[in-house]
Design a protein around this ligand. Structure first.
Ligand code: C2E
Ligand code: CA
Ligand code: CA
Length: 379
């Protein structure tokens, strides 16, 4: 629906939602209660029948919703995902059916290959872990369970160190090490990412100053995730930390994923300019995995493209991927940007990238992310 609203306006979006609701209301004849529970979110409640009937009904709802909608001589298709839960009064689970269905729905949204997800015991375990981690995070931050590691980025042309990327780690008292791939999305969903992100910037800046790295022309790269970037107070948070620590903004680079930058492009451009005005560099992370519009790449005040590691890993055996990296190199040359390759694991990758002219490289081949106690400058 978001895409339809964007492309055709809210009035068309509203009309399509009405048509969706009309189609859904057909099922009330079968004893299904249908509710609109969010802007483009509907819930259906069915009492009594056996699980097979519910799945069959869900399938027919899904089939009907996917049929194209005709409006003003145009045909519209609506994407649709389903979260389903079966609930009985003697259930051992402590969650309400609405929360269970919402969690199943969230999982369905994350994986377009499985548009219908049923809340089962496996999902229940995942849900309970997610709740526990979410609840624990603020105390864990206060207890000092979060820490930063730093991975070097090397300039192969001049055989010099270009800078470091700061990456977050969580060693939980109750769950052991939790990967950022798990806790960052949770922190994003519950809004804690703003606080966590601010902590990380301050911590990294202080470490930089403590190590006396501000005198060197080294760049400190920090990741900014989608929700963090949307935060209206993000700029303020950064200026506050920069003022408090005395960190030189010219040494700071924000890594923002391509998909984050390509949502709300007008807002994005404004925000990026504000960071640029402070002297902070912008890097497009995971480049090649989203859908960048070349026009925006040109318009946005961006300094660096960071090639996603999936390209680097494929480049040895796939000549087409090598060609794609050459295209990216060509593009950054046209736009006057820098190109960084992440995930470099082998000498062959290092050589191939250098041959293409992608000299800024990062990956396990050079060094794993280093905890503070192992921090060094020679690689
Ligand atoms: P990312 O920004 O794309 O970071 C690169 C990930 O690749 C890191 O995983 C890094 O440890 C890993 N990596 C580095 N070199 C290699 C290599 O040669 N081979 C392979 N296979 N992997 C390599 P990590 O630290 O687990 O972070 C995962 C993601 O979590 C990051 O992806 C980033 O999106 C997010 N993240 C990590 N720290 C932070 C943070 O402080 N703030 C925010 N907002 N997100 C963070
Ligand atoms: Ca990154
Ligand atoms: Ca990346």
């Amino acid at each position: 629906m978001k895409n339809i609203n964007k492309a055709y306006g809210l009035a068309i979006g509203d009309q399509i939602l009405t048509l969706v609701a009309e189609r859904l209301s057909q099922f009330t004849e079968n004893g299904v209660k249908v509710y609109r529970t969010g802007a483009d979110e509907f819930s259906a409640l069915l009492q009594g029948p056996d699980p097979e009937k519910v799945s069959a009904l869900a399938q027919s709802i899904s089939d009907l919703i996917r049929e194209p909608y005709r409006l003003k001589d145009k045909s519209f298709h609506v994407g649709f995902v389903f979260g389903l839960t079966l609930f009985s009064s003697n259930s051992q689970r402590c969650e309400t059916p609405i929360n269970e269905a919402a969690f199943a729905h969230l999982q369905a949204k994350k994986n377009p290959h499985h548009p219908m997800v049923i809340y089962d015991d496996r999902l229940h375990q995942a849900y309970m872990r997610r709740l526990a981690l979410e609840k624990e995070m603020p105390d864990a931050l206060a207890r000092g369970e979060f820490f930063l590691v730093f991975q070097p980025i090397l300039d192969q042309k001049n055989r010099k160190l270009y800078g470091f990327e700061s990456l977050m780690r969580w060693n939980s008292k109750n769950h052991g090490p939790v990967s950022p791939g798990e806790f960052i999305p949770i922190a994003e969903e519950c809004g804690f990412i703003m606080q966590l992100g601010e902590w990380a910037v301050e911590k990294a800046c202080r470490f930089w100053i403590e190590k006396g790295l501000c005198q060197d022309p080294l760049t400190l790269s920090m990741n900014v995730s989608g929700q963090q970037f949307l935060d209206q107070a993000l700029l303020l948070r950064f200026t506050k930390v920069l003022e408090k620590t005395g960190f030189d903004p010219k040494r700071l680079c924000l890594e923002i994923t391509e998909s984050t930058l390509m949502t709300q492009v007008l807002e994005t451009e404004k925000k990026l300019r504000q960071f640029r005005d402070l002297g902070i560099k912008i890097s497009i992370d995971d480049f090649g995995t989203g859908y960048s519009s070349l026009e925006y790449l040109h318009r946005f005040p961006v300094d660096i493209l960071k090639i996603d590691m999936s390209f680097v890993h494929k480049m040895e055996r796939d000549p087409k991927t090598r060609e794609l990296i050459k295209v990216m190199k060509h593009m950054v040359d046209i736009f006057g940007l820098e190109l960084v390759a992440e995930g470099v694991e082998t000498e062959a990758q290092q050589t191939l990238l250098s041959e293409i002219g992608c000299h800024l490289q990062q990956g396990f081949f050079y060094s794993r992310p280093l905890p503070e106690k192992d921090f060094r400058l020679n690689f």
